[in-house]
Design a protein around this ligand. Sequence first.
Ligand code: NAI
Ligand code: PYR
Length: 296
Amino acid sequence: LMQSGLFTEMVLLDVVQEKAEGEAMDIMHGTALMNPMRIYAGTYDDIADAAVIVVTAGAAQKPGETRLDLIHKNISILGSIMAEIRKRSCQGIMLVVSNPVDILTYYAAKTSGMPENRVFGSGTVLDTARLRTLLGTKLDVDSRSIHAVIVGEHGDSEIVCWSNANVSGVPLADFFALRGMGDQDLTAAEKEIGDDVKNSAYQIIQKKRATYYGIAMSVRRICSAIVKDEKSVLPVSTVMHGAYGISDCALSTPAIVGRNGVEGLVPVTMSEKEREELLSSAKVLKQNMEGIDFGC
Ligand SMILES: NC(=O)C1=CN([C@@H]2O[C@H](COP(=O)(O)OP(=O)(O)OC[C@H]3O[C@@H](n4cnc5c(N)ncnc54)[C@H](O)[C@@H]3O)[C@@H](O)[C@H]2O)C=CC1
Ligand SMILES: CC(=O)C(=O)O
């Protein structure tokens, strides 16, 4: 975020105050080489007037753990954070990143005291970036020209919407043909790339303990949409109220993101199978939400 030039001030909070102080010092030293910006370790009072509050606090996956394994630890941590947020009338946007991001987003939306459109999660923005990167590599084309989206849980039940994936409007099958590949190659690539995306975090955590660059770029992308009021269509995690037949949980579907947070969902065309898988993903999330007090 320091490198983005989007902000003039950034305050870091961590339950381990010294960690926030050390990080603030380290990042601040780069401002002389990048963008002028005030960076410091602070308190909840300092974030009351923040344009964007990015929640990244909490336990991270250890090798072999799923995101859903973190639920009870991180709901408890989020509970203490939301209690502080509720005491202050925060006017900005809350972007939840901690995992399991969909369940924590739902929790934050219900307990922060902030309007629902201003509380959402990074969702499958990162997964979608991974998908576009891998597809771009496979097709030897700029990944920014790939239009494809992942919906559902940011996790093992996520769904690639293959049925509407395209390269600048050219259907995927036609672009595969352009590159001398046939239907069988496409089917194999869908399986291989879908699995690779789903397993990316597991692989990175196994190799280097945590993922951080991809998610940092995803957060930067979302913050840009907010701060510059871009009204970008991004697959962020939002509380569902009946779209696609889903309610009472948060998950990712394409949404318009701007200064007011999530300004509306954009219905994505899906095959019958993808639609069913999206419903199953919602079911997985709801099963894991059982027994949690969402204060509603
Ligand atoms: N949504 C996504 O795509 C991604 C989500 N994550 C998630 O982000 C979270 C953080 O991951 P990392 O930064 O790798 O972990 P980390 O362990 O490096 O940092 C977490 C920090 O949270 C702090 N913390 C714990 N309780 C707190 C509290 N009550 N108030 C303030 N700070 C508190 C810890 O002291 C620690 O410094 C994890 O849940 C991880 O799964 C990480 C990468 C991608
Ligand atoms: C950790 C995590 O959620 C990710 O990198 O996708």
